[in-house]
Write a protein that binds this ligand. Structure first.
Ligand SMILES: NC(=O)c1ccc[n+]([C@@H]2O[C@H](COP(=O)([O-])OP(=O)(O)OC[C@H]3O[C@@H](n4cnc5c(N)ncnc54)[C@H](OP(=O)(O)O)[C@@H]3O)[C@@H](O)[C@H]2O)c1
Length: 327
């Protein structure tokens, strides 16, 4: 099969489109013919060889035939049933499925991938592969941040910093669907889109800092979801309600120290969100999609061999919604 292989750590020139060995599913896995995958910032962070990823991806160079890509949407081609697992019988060859592969393991930038069946969900009839491929990593990050860490409730005031990107466009929609009042932080050029996704208030980050905005308007948020992760719990604490959460998506000592000690003693909590595969969350997303309350915003689509270009584009940090790779 053809795949994009990470030959060495570095920039997008390290990603090579070439032939790799065909795959066979292990017990409990399905072989999925990939129809679409998507780019997430974690993919180019792994490709760059950041120190945190090397113990898993390869200490000095990436492991042989290393394929990135955590998002998968495709068609089941083969199923290897494991003993005593009825769950796997729910799926059959030919099913349209999607799911999340742990990003450090990856494998989505390829014509085929072996997926653990527990990580798959059926794609609704009206959802296109390219729409499905945007949801698992970015969408489920947003949903889990709001539900698991944020414990979102109807009527909550939720602020989403970075509302126009992959995670942010989903976060606005999930927060809205879960009954929150959404304040979205984005630039003016994306404000119309973000408003159309359900944001109640828009703050143009180029004109006003969201902390100043909240102080001036005496607003206290139940959830501050700092998708861009350019603020901190310490700075946001004064705009957070008595019982509230600050959630970011990237490692910060401010959040980690709060998670280790501060969270125990205060109802103002800080979390670093780490997405985990969840069929239940995909099925909830299916429900919202079918009700017309969730959609994947697609910035650009690319061919599999164009992954290096798509990485370079995503790295600029200006993506609106998702970059989808059609395989
Ligand atoms: N921990 C996890 O499990 C996990 C999972 C998913 C993602 N993440 C992390 O979450 C971060 C966001 O991911 P993503 O996929 O949403 O990225 P993305 O799609 O590449 O984000 C790009 C968007 O960010 C906006 N943006 C850039 N600077 C901004 C600022 N200062 N204020 C507000 N908006 C700004 C841009 O809008 P403008 O062009 O208008 O600036 C653009 O629309 C990444 O660091 C990623 O690694 C972590």
């Amino acid at each position: 099969m053809k795949a994009i292989v990470l030959e060495s750590y570095g920039d997008e020139s390290s990603l090579i489109y070439r032939e790799v060995k065909d795959l066979r599913p292990k017990p409990g896995q399905a072989l999925v013919k990939v129809k679409a995958t998507s780019i997430n910032p974690i993919d180019w962070k792994i490709a760059s060889g950041s120190i945190q990823v090397r113990p898993v991806v390869g200490l000095f160079h990436p492991k042989k035939d290393k394929i990135l890509g955590g998002d998968v949407a495709g068609i089941i081609e083969e199923i290897n049933i494991s003993e005593n697992n009825k769950e796997e019988n729910k799926f059959k060859v030919g099913d349209r499925v999607y799911g999340l592969k742990f990003a450090l393991v990856g494998g989505g930038y390829a014509q085929y991938i072996c997926m653990d069946i527990k990580d798959l969900a059926i794609i609704p009839k009206k959802m296109k592969f390219k729409e499905a491929a945007g949801i698992p990593l970015a969408g489920i990050t947003a949903l889990q941040a709001l539900k698991k860490e944020g414990k979102i409730k109807i009527g909550d005031q939720v602020l989403i910093n970075g509302a126009s990107g992959g995670v942010g466009t989903f976060a606005v929609q999930y927060a809205k669907a879960l009954g929150a009042k959404v304040t979205a932080v984005c630039s003016e050029k994306n404000s119309r889109l973000v408003k159309s996704l359900g944001a109640n208030v828009i703050i143009d980050y180029k004109k006003q800092n969201f902390i100043e905005h909240a102080v001036e308007n005496n607003i206290k948020y139940n959830i501050v979801f700092d998708v861009v992760s350019n603020s901190s719990f310490s700075k946001c604490s004064k705009i957070m309600a008595f019982s509230s959460s600050y959630i970011n998506t990237n490692f910060s000592t401010d959040v980690i120290s709060r998670m280790l000690i501060g969270n125990i003693f205060s109802k103002k909590k800080a979390f670093m969100n780490v997405v985990g595969s969840s069929r239940r969350d995909l099925e909830y997303s299916n429900k919202l999609f079918e009700e017309g309350r969730l959609k994947t915003i697609i910035d650009r689509t690319w061919k599999l061999e164009e992954v290096p270009k798509a990485h370079a584009y995503n790295k600029l940090g200006r993506t609106v919604g998702k970059n989808i790779i059609l395989v």
